[in-house]
Design a protein around this ligand. Structure first.
Ligand SMILES: C[S@@+](CC[C@H](N)C(=O)[O-])C[C@H]1O[C@@H](n2cnc3c(N)ncnc32)[C@H](O)[C@@H]1O
Length: 201
């Protein structure tokens, strides 16, 4: 890993992922996009681990698969062309980490962006799937309308989680302007039930 540099919400999320994920783990990339996060997760879980990924755009699944194949890591990844709100139907085991990088596909159609109604279902499902000490990271981009809605609702939803079950951290750059990305890191408590369910607000 490169020298510590306080530089972006994604970097803060990556640090939490690196700290939490071990070789052999199963993890979820809830928003494949161009596969940068998927590739990093595939590296972290190693040959014995697996990454389960979701995106609603064929372009994103294609681009992620290509990146993984070029790196020789496609076999440890299972990519689903379906919304992350269906995560609990697809994933039947607990996972160590779930990564959300909200918004639109970089270089793609900006009208196809994550939406609070489906993000809410997916985050609730992700928190239910986390194993004790597992971590969920979320990068949110409030500089556009849907992102601002997601940030406001996520803040209230995550604030309502029981502290006996989850620790919730919100990190943001205070001097970077109103649209600056925000990183949430949520960890399921060691003592929380493996499958403690989370109701969305
Ligand atoms: C900011 S990009 C993700 C970037 C990606 N993690 C990377 O490393 O390149 C957000 C992605 O979320 C996807 N998305 C939007 N709604 C979704 C949904 N309901 N389920 C899964 N993915 C969704 C978009 O298609 C887009 O590819």
């Amino acid at each position: 890993m490169a020298d510590f540099e306080l530089r972006s919400a994604r970097y803060l999320a990556l640090e939490a992922q690196q700290a939490a994920v071990r070789a052999g783990d199963t993890v979820i990339d809830a928003t494949l996009g161009n596969g940068h996060d998927t590739l990093r997760l595939a590296q972290l879980v190693g040959e014995q681990g697996s990454v389960i990924g979701f995106d609603i755009q064929p372009e994103a699944v294609r681009s992620t698969r290509k990146r993984l194949e070029e790196a020789g890591m496609a076999e440890r990844c299972e990519l689903h062309l379906t919304g992350h709100e269906h995560m609990a139907e697809v994933v039947q085991k607990s996972v160590r980490c779930v990564v959300f990088n909200l918004g639109w596909l970089p270089g793609g159609d900006k009208h196809i962006t994550t939406q609070w109604l489906t993000t809410e279902k997916a985050v609730a499902a992700a928190l239910g799937l986390l194993e004790p000490m597992g971590v969920c990271t979320l990068c949110v981009y409030p500089g556009h309308r849907e992102g601002a809605v997601e940030l406001e609702n996520l803040t209230s939803f995550l604030s309502s989680l029981k502290p006996q079950e989850f620790n919730v951290l919100r990190q943001e750059f205070l001097n970077a302007g109103p649209g600056a990305p925000v990183c949430f890191v949520i960890q399921k408590q060691a003592s929380a039930a493996n499958d403690c369910s989370v109701r969305s607000v």
